[in-house]
Design a protein around this ligand. Structure first.
Ligand code: S3P
Length: 438
């Protein structure tokens, strides 16, 4: 393999999870909220457009993190939508919005694209139905499109079989919308952005280990949530692609500025360190209730590792990238306890394993994960993305490493979470192809 020196000082677009929540809570609160650093990717545009269909005045999301002001008279003033609420590719939009809509006194029909319509929804509709919402599956069991009729909800304690921030947040937001107390137990703590943001708005939310898992309890919230200011940091899941590129390089250093470092999201960074990559944090600070810092990343000799169920939630979206990086490590990388990957934008276990094999790497599917064996051989061929943004970007990083030649089908799908991805990759690797993008 020829040498590849990494060098750069970059930033990545705003955090997707925080952008969804910032828009939803600004539309729920009373007054004028000032939001900046938002992600303008397609998933967040879906949230903005669904909120507009409910009568909320959401300005267009600026493309480079500029400020918007969201004026709202509170969730009580949301109105019945005239059109179907199309959540596009965005699981977070559909699931968190169902939580907020569960206590609104009108019916909505919620749908999405082919990928979202193939993803499970009873994990959300069952607890919401138990609280008092009425749900009709319009085409297939457990799938969108769904008609959701909101109403008066009762206080509820949910025991979630999965560590999922979308399940947890849907129930917490239903509690906020209905002004009732709720609690959610999950087997392992999932990302806690909703809890942090609600606390910042004066809602009492307790969280603590319980019964071998993690229990979050929300007290009946006040009638009026105050408007707020929030500067959304860079998305650690987007930064991860460039962390991987830099640790797999043969020399140099990459700085990635203003990355969200919430400990429920940093599993990939910890894992890369365990593999032998050097990632340090500079200027760690708090912004918008979240830890933020600048990452300094340099290459290392990577070793294969094992990832188990306890590590999975904090790096759930980065596991396809880990599979790809594992081809550049010595020995085997084994991931288990990650069966949730099969219910993402695509079946990410089968997508990564089949694509790695198509490129000439050794990879094996497990029911709940995968095994990937490292190699020095060049990896070449065509990658099927299944319209999944993270599959496209993970394999694009692999293709940017010297000696490899990867043709990623459907490159524009990266706009779901990372507008500008191809240009940034091309600027750092000097060899990635760059389809038209702004
Ligand atoms: C998200 C939660 C995760 C993650 C998704 C975003 C969120 O999904 O995969 O990309 O913003 O709450 P699950 O809660 O289903 O694990």
């Amino acid at each position: 393999m020829t040498n590849f020196e990494i060098s750069g000082d970059i930033s990545v677009p705003g955090d997707k999870s925080l952008t969804h929540r910032a828009l939803m809570l600004a539309a729920t609160a009373h007054g004028e909220s000032v939001l900046s650093g938002l992600l303008s990717g397609a998933d967040c545009r879906s949230t903005a457009s669904v909120l507009r269909s409910l009568g909320c005045a959401i300005p267009e999301i600026p493309t480079h993190g500029g400020e918007i002001r969201v004026r709202s008279e509170g969730i009580q003033r949301w109105s019945a939508p005239r059109e179907i609420l199309d959540c596009g590719n965005s699981g977070t939009t559909s699931r968190l919005m169902m939580g907020l809509l569960a206590a609104r006194p009108f019916c909505s029909t919620i749908t999405g694209d082919d990928s979202l319509r193939s993803r499970p929804m009873r994990r959300i509709t069952e607890p919401l139905t138990a609280m008092g919402a009425r749900v009709r599956e319009l085409q297939a069991p457990d799938r969108l499109p769904i008609e959701l009729c909101g109403g008066t909800l009762s206080a509820f304690s949910h025991r979630s079989p999965k560590a999922s921030a979308q399940i947890k947040s849907a129930v917490l937001l239903a509690g906020v919308s209905a002004r009732v107390a709720v609690s959610v137990w999950e087997p392992i703590q999932s990302r806690d952005h909703t809890e942090r943001m609600l606390r910042a708005l004066g809602v009492t939310v307790d969280a603590a280990p319980s019964d071998g898992g993690w229990l979050v309890s929300l007290d009946s919230p006040p009638e009026i949530l105050p408007s707020f200011e929030m500067r959304v940091p860079g998305d650690p899941s987007s930064a991860a692609f460039f962390v991987a590129l830099a640790v797999a390089a043969s020399g140099g250093e990459l700085v990635i500025r203003n990355v969200g470092l919430n400990p429920t999201r940093t599993g990939f960074i910890d894992t890369v360190r365990r593999m032998g990559g050097a990632v340090t944090v500079r200027d760690e600070r708090m912004a918008g209730g979240e830890p933020v810092g600048d990452l300094v990343v340099s290459p290392g000799t990577l070793q294969g590792i094992e990832v188990g169920a306890g590590d999975v939630p904090s790096m759930i979206d980065e596991l396809p990238l880990l599979a790809v990086l594992a081809t550049r490590a010595e020995g085997e990388t084994v991931v288990r306890g990650a069966e949730e990957l099969r219910a993402k934008e695509s079946d990410r276990i089968s997508a990564v394993v089949n694509n790695l094999r198509a490129l000439g790497a050794q990879a094996e599917e497990l029911p709940d994960g995968f095994v990937v064996t490292g190699t020095d051989a060049p990896l070449r061929g065509h990658v099927r993305t299944f319209h999944d943004h993270r599959i496209a970007m993970a394999f694009a990083v692999l293709g940017a490493l010297p000696g490899n030649d990867v043709d990623v089908e459907d490159p524009e799908i990266v706009d779901v979470s990372f507008p500008g991805f191809w240009n940034l990759l091309a600027s750092l690797s000097g060899q990635a192809h760059s389809p038209d993008e702004s």
